[in-house]
Each structure stands twice: as C-alpha cells, then as structure tokens.
Design a protein around this ligand. Structure first.
Ligand code: SAH
Length: 233
C-alpha cells in the first residue's frame, strides 16, 4: 500500500514539460484521478487527460472527475467531496493513487480542495513539483521575467485599472493569471498607457492553440479565454 496520495503537477500543457519525477510517479500509479469539464456541446474536455494520452499512460487507469466551471462554487465543492470520497475508498483498499493538477499542483490549483479534504481525514498527501504556466510563458517569450532586484507580483485575475497602474509605477513585474477576468482592464492599459509592453499568452504549450503576442492591436481584438495570461514589465 502506498502511504501517500500523490498530487502530480503536469506542467502547463506541453507533455514534455512534466518532470521526470512526475512521469515516474504516473507510471507507478494504480489509479489516476484526472479533472475534466463538461462543455456546452455535451462533450468532456480534459487538458490533463490529453497530456496523459500523449505520455502513453493507459486510459484504463484513469478516472475522470468533473470540475464544474459554474460561478456557483457549491457545485464544484460537492464534486470535490465526491472525488475525495472515491479516493478515500481506493486508498483504503491499498491502491497507489495519483491526482492530476495542471501547471504546479500547489499554485492556484483547484486540487487544493481535494488535498485539504484528504488532510482533514488524516490521509497523507504529497505534491510533485511542476512548471507553472507563467514560467512557461516567460520561456516562450524568451524573457527574463524578473532579474536582479526586480519584484514579481502574481495576480489571480481580478485587478482594477488603478491598482494596475500603481503596481507598474512601483516598477513591479506583473504576471496576471485568469486573463478572462480582467480583459477590460488589460485592454484599457493597452489603449491608455503610452510605452507599455504587454506580453499576452494563450494556451502555452498546447498544440494548435498556443498564442503569444506583444502587438497592441492584436491584443485589443482578442477575446481572452480562461487559459490566458498576461505579463507586464
Ligand atoms: N496550477 C496552474 C494555475 C491554475 S489557475 C499553474 O501552476 O500554472 C489557471 C490559470 O493559469 C489560467 O486562467 C491561466 O491564466 C493560467 N494557465 C494555465 N495553463 C496555461 C497555459 N497553458 N497557457 C496560458 N495560461 C495558462
């Protein structure tokens, strides 16, 4: 019996950006719990499952669990409770269990709901580190996200235009996640702030979907999806 439930970080989308340690843990797992979302067209989308397929992991080991995208958090919370219950049963049977998390498992990852539920039941957990999206974005743009004494602020989507300009006047580098939550503010910054360079990313590392630009006109016409990220220096 494995003594831990392992939260494996998958990296931002490119299957090659999982760590060797993460891959070995995946190969050893008996059951792999993997987040998925039901789409309006009735299909199920799972970026984590796409990565697992690319890595040659047997689908028979995978159990998808639904993560509702609704703003109604109670739906997501009951879904996390249901998957925690299933994980607990399998853990008690002695299975070696892995739970998938996109990017790094301990960085704005909804897998924390599951990990906290397990901890409350005194089931030991561990995380395997991974590459968070903003690091992969920086590499794609071939930039030094921060250097020397520069400070980095990571912002989880919600920011006012005033907060944004304050932080920029303090010379902070901003990595803004969940771009869809601040599309208007970013577009206002693009239009109103002279000499600003905005690095705009979507779906970094995801085949056929990756997009990166610094071009202001391209940013202004873009509809920011959930998997968008902005770096401003
Ligand atoms: N645990 C993840 C973050 C999850 S929060 C990590 O370590 O990166 C979800 C946000 O991450 C998205 O709204 C988006 O801003 C960012 N993100 C995740 N994957 C991304 C990708 N492939 N390309 C661009 N942004 C991504």
């Amino acid at each position: 019996m494995s003594d831990h439930v392992t939260f494996i970080s998958l990296g931002p989308g490119d299957p090659e950006l999982i760590t060797l340690k993460g891959l070995k843990a995946l190969q050893k797992a008996d059951i792999i719990f993997c987040p998925a979302t039901s789409m309006p067209n009735g299909k199920t989308a799972s970026r984590a499952l796409d990565i697992l397929s690319d890595l040659g992991i047997a689908q028979s080991k995978v159990k998808l669990f639904n993560v509702p995208m609704s703003k109604e958090r109670s739906l997501a919370i009951s879904s996390y409770q249901a998957v925690t219950y299933e994980i607990t049963l399998q853990y008690q049977k002695g299975c070696n269990i892995a739970v998938m998390a996109e990017g790094h498992a301990g960085f704005y990852s909804s897998s924390y709901y599951i990990e906290e539920n397990l901890m409350r039941q005194h089931i030991p957990t561990r995380q395997i580190a991974g590459i968070p999206a903003f690091i992969a974005c920086g590499a794609l743009a071939n930039m030094h996200i921060v250097k020397q004494e520069e400070e980095l602020n990571v912002i989880p989507g919600i920011i006012s235009f005033e907060e944004l300009t304050d932080k920029l006047s303090e010379n902070k580098t901003l990595a803004i996640m969940k771009g869809s939550l601040c599309e208007d503010v970013i577009k206002k910054a693009v239009s109103d702030i002279k000499d600003i360079t905005i690095h705009y990313f979507e779906n970094v590392g995801v085949a056929d979907k990756e997009f990166y630009t610094q071009d202001k006109n391209e940013i202004l016409i873009r509809k920011f999806p959930y998997f968008s990220l902005i770096i401003i220096k």
